[in-house]
Ligand binder design. Structure first.
Ligand code: HEM
Length: 196
């Protein structure tokens, strides 16, 4: 297989694993609306090796995803001097894209550090305390915003590769991304605006 194809396949597989995790993570977070269920879930999740297993897989997969992305950048930069025709309506300057993805990485690292500091006895209470801070609300919404932009773009690309038309893949990608982001955003917004 062509080197570039191999890299792109690796990226897509790593992306798919992360996407699966995100759906699982969002759905389990929605049990927040039942304190008992949420705490029971996270107590079970933290009791054995599951959490460490999930965390290790995520670290490896994020590492592979980022590393492959950097390799693809190098290959593309060496291969073409003239850019492809772009179908995107808005074209962000490259440094804005790079900076936003670095922010996403930073967001994930901070989030993992924060949740590792959670007491596993009452994860519900820990989550409530976290989102009583206005700055944490802003930080998480900003993280979710960048994640959404990145996901919409990459899901649309993957679907187009799989043969969907541009219009179908764009709208499907928006639908999936916005549902996921809304599911995640519900918690911080509810805690900050309704619970206190
Ligand atoms: C507002 C939304 C979110 C909330 C409320 C939330 C909450 C949590 C909680 C409570 C834990 C672990 C607690 C425990 O096991 O004791 C956790 C872990 C984690 N979260 Fe989130 N999360 C959110 C969004 C995200 C997003 C957007 C990502 C990825 C882009 C993410 C990635 C992770 C990872 C990688 C872990 C560590 C592995 C694990 O313990 O499952 N989270 N999150």
């Amino acid at each position: 297989m062509h080197l570039m194809q191999l890299q792109k396949r690796t990226m897509a597989i790593a992306g798919l694993v992360m996407f699966g995790y995100l759906i699982f993570h969002m759905l389990s977070n929605l049990t927040f609306f039942s304190k008992e269920l949420f705490n029971e879930f996270y107590q079970w999740y933290n009791a054995g090796i599951i959490r460490w297993l999930v965390l290790s897989v995520m670290v490896v997969v994020i590492g592979v995803h980022v590393r492959t992305a950097l390799k693809i950048r190098v290959i593309s930069a060496n291969a073409r001097s003239v850019n492809y025709y772009r179908h995107d309506k808005v074209k962000l300057p490259a440094f804005v894209v790079t900076a936003s993805l670095l922010f996403l990485l930073f967001f994930i690292i901070i989030h993992v550090i924060q949740t590792l500091g959670f007491s596993t006895v009452d994860v519900h209470q820990e989550t409530v305390i976290l989102f009583q801070s206005f700055w944490m609300l802003i930080f998480y919404i900003a993280g979710l915003f960048v994640l959404s932009m990145h996901l919409q773009h990459s899901l649309a690309n993957v679907m187009q590769t799989l043969g969907k038309t541009s219009v179908t893949s764009q709208s499907l990608a928006w639908l999936v991304t916005l549902s996921l982001a809304a599911g995640f955003a519900l918690l911080p917004i509810y805690i900050y605006f309704v619970m206190q």
